[in-house]
Design a protein around this ligand. Structure first.
Ligand code: GLN
Length: 315
């Protein structure tokens, strides 16, 4: 069987099974198998596949036909150009979230204040909190794009954090990200001091709750935002493979925004910003939630398909 024949046959099969963009999915799986960029397949249409390659391709296509996400089959995805491993413990990073990360690093770069000799004293390093970090994709992009930034990344799931740490190491930014496990802002207190690292972050070091909490220039989050009852209606790739804890935003999907709006201010430096991603149709409700808690909503940004997707607020 040639590359072109394999593409045609597999595309037809995936289409029959109701998989979106069956040709693209087939090409990406075949490119993964043959360890070549997808575009290179087009120069190799006549290449004959070895019987062992056909066997492996059949297996990959079968998994995809059972609606396992492409990223789970290949084991990773690219986020802002960084390779992020994924598994069933983390949400597969989405392209819309790249926009959130980009707004985040642009703000951090603008808020870092190098000293006169060009170096940045620890006390002035810009700091960010990635709240609900999942795979670590946002924290890792911020750390990679902002060499003068220190990031704290929290999640309730220890399994997610284990993968996020691996992803940070894989992208050479592990030294500048502190991972802290816990529920909401409790992660900061529970994680406090557990990982002996350079005392680089502003704020007190003993973690006594309520006393001058550690403060950040940026609090960034793509929290779970699907209303609980809608989860069952999601496509199988999401429903069966993304962890529900990473999707479920409570009865109306807005629980995490209420939590951030009511608690994040104490963790934000003067002049700092909160940037959050949200779901379709949630812009107005989320703006209200933040304004009710006395935030100044500075912008609501649209994603690549012109849907309101990100809210930026300051105190
Ligand atoms: N912050 C991670 C991401 O954007 C995880 C988000 C989540 O688990 N809801 O992919």
């Amino acid at each position: 069987m040639t590359v072109l024949e394999a593409i045609q046959k597999s595309t037809e099969f995936l289409a029959k099974k109701g998989v979106d963009s069956p040709r693209l999915q087939t090409e990406l799986l075949l490119a993964h198998l043959l360890k070549m960029p997808r575009m290179k397949l087009y120069l190799n249409f006549e290449r004959a596949l070895a019987p062992s390659e056909v066997d492996v391709l059949r297996e990959l296509i079968k998994r995809r036909s059972q609606r396992e996400p492409l990223q789970h089959i290949t084991g990773s995805t690219s986020f802002c150009g960084y390779e992020i491993a994924v598994n069933r413990n983390v949400l597969v990073p989405r392209p819309e979230t790249e926009l959130l990360a980009e707004l985040g690093w642009q703000f951090l770069l603008a808020s870092s204040k190098p000293g006169e000799d060009g170096s940045t004293p620890n006390s002035q390093l810009s700091t960010a909190l990635d709240f609900c970090t999942g795979s670590g994709c946002i924290a890792i992009s911020l750390a990679a794009k902002c060499p003068d930034a220190k990031i704290v990344a929290t999640d309730i799931s220890a399994d997610a954090l284990a993968l996020a740490e691996e992803n940070a190491a894989r992208n050479n930014v592990a030294e500048r990200i502190e991972f802290a496990q816990g529920d909401g802002f409790a992660a900061l207190k529970e994680g406090w001091g557990e990982r002996p690292r350079e005392p680089v972050l502003a704020g007190n070091q003993n973690g006594s709750p309520g006393v001058s909490p550690r403060q950040f220039d940026l609090i960034i989050s793509n929290p779970p935002y699907i209303p609980t009852a809608e989860i069952a209606t999601l496509q199988p790739e999401v429903l069966d493979f993304d962890p529900h804890g990473a999707l479920d935003g409570g009865a109306d999907g807005l629980d995490f925004y209420r939590l951030l709006a009511s608690q994040a201010m104490a963790f934000l430096k003067p002049g700092g910003k909160v940037m959050v991603e949200f779901g379709d149709g949630q812009a107005e409700a989320i703006t209200n939630i933040f304004e009710t808690e006395k935030w100044i909503v500075e912008a609501v940004k649209e994603d690549y398909s012109q849907r309101a997707r990100i809210l930026i607020a300051g105190k």
